[in-house]
Write a protein that binds this ligand. Structure first.
Ligand SMILES: [Cu+2]
Length: 165
């Protein structure tokens, strides 16, 4: 099939509140449970683009977090580092996977501690499509996974628990 590649420029759709968009679907979404007080959590999902054009995802937002960034984990010489992405492109009739050790939503400054069983709504933003919202259940990650999100956290000093008997 011939694909006419017209550069139409980037159209910013100032979308209203409508979030139903069956032409873009979020599958297998989840947020990794983190210890209380953790200021960075990670969200994962597969975004399926059922449209005939590449979609450019530029970010995400949620009332449950202060801010959200798109990150990619790179492993080089055995060291993991996270690189912020300005956007990711979900190919026409294709999928884009956010998964541990790969691309992820970096969920920063949670407004409250999240626990397994909680659900948060996260809205994905695109430069050439209206927003798409998904429900992300919180669950524990696979214990065997590398905890790459903790790598930037230095020893937090002593943590005292005062118990009254
Ligand atoms: Cu990250």
């Amino acid at each position: 099939m011939k694909v006419a590649n017209k550069l139409l420029g980037i159209i910013f759709l100032v979308s209203a509140s409508a979030v139903s968009a069956s032409d873009v679907e979020i599958e297998g979404a989840w947020v990794r449970e983190a210890p209380p007080g953790m200021q960075m959590l990670a969200g994962y999902m597969v975004v399926e683009n059922k449209t005939g054009k590449d979609l450019v995802m530029t970010g995400a937002e949620s009332s449950a977090f202060g801010s959200i960034e798109l990150h990619h984990t790179m492993i080089k010489d055995g060291m993991a580092s996270m690189v912020q992405q300005k956007s990711v492109t979900i190919p026409a009739h294709g999928k884009f996977t956010f998964e541990p050790k790969g691309y992820h939503l970096m969920l920063m400054k949670p407004v409250k501690d999240l626990h397994q069983g909680d659900k948060v709504k996260i809205t994905l933003q695109f430069s050439n499509h209206k927003n798409v919202a998904g429900s992300f259940p919180v669950r524990q990650g696979d214990g065997s996974m590398m905890h790459h999100h903790e790598m930037n956290h230095k020893e937090m000093g002593e943590h005292h628990m005062d118990h009254h008997n």
